[in-house]
Design a protein around this ligand. Structure first.
Ligand code: VG1
Ligand code: CO
Length: 559
C-alpha cells in the first residue's frame, strides 16, 4: 500500500461558483481555468458536514462529456488530499445520473459528485457541469449548495494528494494508504434495480406475442447508450435496430442531447415515417425522457399523470403502495386530478428534483415529475429516463392483456376521457439579455406582488385572474422556505401562466414561459396544443411585456 504526500496549494476564489437548479454549469473553458475545478471540488468537500469529507465514501461519474476524464483525475487528487476514504467511480467515468443515485444508496455512500451539464451541448466550446448529491442519492438541497457557494467565495487553499493518474478503464480496486479507488461497472447495479421494479416477463411476452410492435429508443449520443443496450436489447430481447445514437460521445455528436420534439427530431421523423409504435429518447445524463408514439406525443405532464394512474400494474408499486404524488410548480395539474381521484396526497414544489427528496425520505411521495421531461419515483432520488420508458412499456404490456392492440394514443385518449385534458406548453427564450429578463421579472413581481390585489379580478380576453404570486415553497418536512420560485398567474377557469428564469443556462438568461389550459370538452381532446393555447399565450405576452423587455419576437424552443 503506497503512501502519498498531501500538498496545500494556495488559491484565490472565483466569484461565480454558485450552483444553479442542478449543479454548477459553465462553459468548458471556464472549468479549464487554473484551479477553477480544484476550487469547486474543495468548496464542495468543505461544505460536507455530516459526515465531513474526511473518512467519507463518495460516488463519482457522469455523462462522459468533454473534460470529464480530466475532472475525475482532479477529483481523485483533491479527495485524497482531503482524506476522503473511498471513491467509487463508474468505468471510464460513466454513470448516468439515475445510476449514480442508485449506487450512492445501494453502497451507502456519503454522497456523490456527478459530472454533467445534462441536456446542454458538450465539447470544448460548450458546457461542463459538476453537481453534488447527498447520502440519500439526491441532489444537494439548497442549504448545502448555498454552503458550497460560501466556501467557494472564501477559499484560500486546495488540498491535493500526490496520487498517480488512475486508470478509469479497468474495473477493480486500487488502494493507497488511507485511500481507496474502486472502478465499477456503470450499468450492472442499475439493470438489477430496474428488473426488481418492473414486470420484465410481461413486457417480454408482449413483444413475443406482437412481433410487429416496433420500438425505437434514441440515446442522442448521451450516457444512456450502454444502459439501453443492456435493458432493451439484452434483457427485453428487442432487436439491436430498436436503439439509435447509442454510442456515448464527448460532444454528443455535435447535437443537443435534449429529448424533445425539437432536438430528438430524427426519432420523431422515423417514428412517423416507419410507423413505429413506441418511440422514446433520453438526455445527455439519462435522467430525462420523451415518450412518442406514431401521431401521439405524450407531454411530460401527462406522462407522469398516466404512470400514476396505472401504477398498480408495476410490481414495485404493488409492493410499496403509492404513498403520494408530486409535481414541480410549472408542471400541469394533470397529476393533481389523478391524486384527487385516488385519494392521494399531492405536492407542488419548485423547479428542480432536489425538492422531491425530503418528501420521498419521509415516505410521503412515490411518483413525481417535471414538465421538462423529468419523470421518476422513490426508487432513487433523481429523475430517471429509462425508468420512465420501461414504466410505459410495462403499462402498455399490461393494457394489452385485456385490450389487444392498445397503444400510446389509446392510453392518452382514455386518460383524457377519464380526467379531462390539461393542454400544456413551454416557450423558451434562450440567451436573452440578462438585464431585460431581470427587468421583466421585476415588472411582473410588481404586478403580482404582495398588496397588489387590484391585479386579481382583471380580465384579459376570455381570462379573468383569480390569483397571482411569486411562488414560495414551504417544505413540509424540514420547514425550509424557498422564495421567488416563479411568477404564477391563475385564472378563474383554472388556466395558468407561469414565468421564471432558468437556473441551468451557462450564457445570458433564459426566460421560460409556461401555459396551461384545462378542458373537459370531448371534442377538444384531439386538438392541436398550440392552437388550443394560442389565446392564453397572447395574454401571457401582453401581461409580461416579454417582447418589449427581451426584444424577442419568437421563442427559441417550444415544447
Ligand atoms: C431545467 C428544468 C428543470 C430541471 C432542470 C435540471 O431547469 O426546467 O425542471 O429540473 O433543468 O434538469 P431550469 O432552471 O433551467 O428551468 V437536468 O436533466 O439538467 O438534470
Ligand atoms: Co438531465
Amino acid at each position: 500500500m503506497s503512501a502519498f504526500k498531501i500538498n496545500a496549494i494556495p488559491t484565490t476564489p472565483f466569484g461565480d461558483q454558485k450552483p444553479g437548479t442542478s449543479g454548477l454549469r459553465k462553459r468548458v473553458k471556464v472549468f479549464q481555468q487554473e484551479n477553477y475545478t480544484h476550487n469547486f471540488i474543495q468548496a464542495t468537500l468543505n461544505a460536507m458536514t455530516s459526515p465531513c469529507a474526511e473518512g467519507s465514501t463518495l460516488v463519482v461519474g457522469g455523462d462522459g462529456r468533454y473534460f470529464s476524464k480530466e475532472a475525475i483525475q482532479i477529483i481523485i487528487r483533491v479527495a485524497a488530499g482531503n482524506k476522503v476514504s473511498k471513491l467509487i467511480i463508474g468505468k471510464d467515468g460513466i454513470l448516468s445520473t439515475p445510476a449514480a443515485s442508485n449506487i450512492i444508496r445501494k453502497r451507502k455512500a456519503d454522497g456523490g459528485i456527478l459530472l454533467t451539464a445534462s441536456h446542454n451541448p458538450g465539447g470544448p466550446e460548450n458546457d461542463f457541469g459538476i453537481k453534488f448529491n447527498v447520502s440519500n442519492g439526491g441532489p444537494a438541497p439548497e442549504n448545502v449548495t448555498n454552503s458550497i457557494y460560501e466556501h467557494s467565495k472564501n477559499i484560500k487553499q486546495v488540498f491535493v494528494g500526490e496520487v498517480p493518474e488512475i486508470d478509469l478503464s479497468t474495473i477493480g480496486v486500487q488502494t493507497f494508504e488511507g485511500f481507496t479507488v474502486e472502478i465499477v461497472d456503470s450499468v450492472h447495479d442499475y439493470a438489477i434495480l430496474l428488473k426488481e421494479i418492473f414486470d420484465f416477463e410481461l413486457i417480454k411476452s408482449f413483444f413475443a406475442k406482437n412481433p410487429n410492435y416496433k420500438v425505437l429508443f434514441d440515446g442522442l449520443h448521451g450516457v444512456t447508450g450502454p444502459y439501453s443496450e443492456r435493458i432493451f436489447v439484452e434483457e427485453l430481447g428487442l432487436p439491436r435496430s430498436s436503439i439509435q445514437n447509442c454510442v456515448p460521445l464527448p460532444d454528443f455528436g455535435g447535437g443537443h442531447p435534449d429529448p424533445n420534439l425539437t432536438y430528438a427530431h430524427s426519432l420523431v421523423e422515423r417514428v412517423e415515417k416507419e410507423n413505429i409504435n413506441f418511440g422514446a429518447a433520453s438526455d445527455g445524463d439519462g435522467d430525462r425522457n420523451m415518450i412518442y408514439g406514431k401521431g401521439a406525443f405524450v407531454t411530460p405532464s401527462d406522462s407522469v399523470a398516466i404512470i400514476a394512474a396505472h401504477a398498480e400494474v408495476i410490481p414495485y408499486f404493488q409492493k410499496t403502495g403509492v404513498k403520494g404524488l408530486a409535481r414541480s410548480m410549472p408542471t400541469s395539474a394533470a397529476i393533481d386530478l389523478v391524486a384527487k381521484k385516488k385519494g392521494l396526497e399531492i405536492f407542488e414544489v419548485p423547479t428542480g428534483w432536489k425538492f422531491f427528496g425530503n418528501l420521498m425520505d419521509a415516505g410521503r411521495l412515490s411518483i413525481c415529475g417535471e414538465e421538462s421531461f423529468g419523470t421518476g419515483s422513490d426508487h432513487i432520488r433523481e429523475k430517471d429516463g429509462i425508468w420512465a420508458v420501461v414504466a410505459w412499456l410495462n403499462i402498455i404490456a399490461a393494457a394489452n392483456e385485456k385490450k389487444p392492440g392498445f397503444g400510446i394514443r389509446d392510453i392518452l385518449l382514455e386518460h383524457y376521457h377519464t380526467y379531462g385534458r390539461n393542454f400544456f406548453s413551454r416557450y423558451d427564450y434562450e440567451e436573452v439579455n440578462g438585464d431585460g429578463a431581470n427587468k421583466m421579472i421585476t415588472h411582473l413581481r410588481h404586478l403580482v406582488g404582495p398588496g397588489k390585489s387590484e391585479f386579481v379580478g382583471k380580465t384579459f380576453g376570455q381570462f379573468t385572474i383569480s390569483s397571482a404570486d411569486d411562488f414560495e415553497y414551504h417544505d413540509p418536512i424540514d420547514n425550509s422556505v424557498s422564495k421567488n420560485q416563479g411568477i404564477r398567474i391563475i385564472f378563474t377557469d383554472g388556466s395558468r401562466i407561469v414565468i421564471r428564469l432558468s437556473g441551468t443556462g451557462s450564457q445570458g438568461a433564459t426566460v421560460r414561459l409556461y401555459v396551461e389550459k384545462y378542458s373537459q370538452n370531448v371534442s377538444e381532446y384531439e386538438s392541436d396544443t398550440q392552437e388550443a393555447l394560442k389565446p392564453l399565450i397572447d395574454v401571457a405576452l401582453e401581461i409580461s411585456k416579454l417582447q418589449q423587455f427581451t426584444g424577442r419576437e419568437k421563442p427559441t424552443v417550444i415544447t
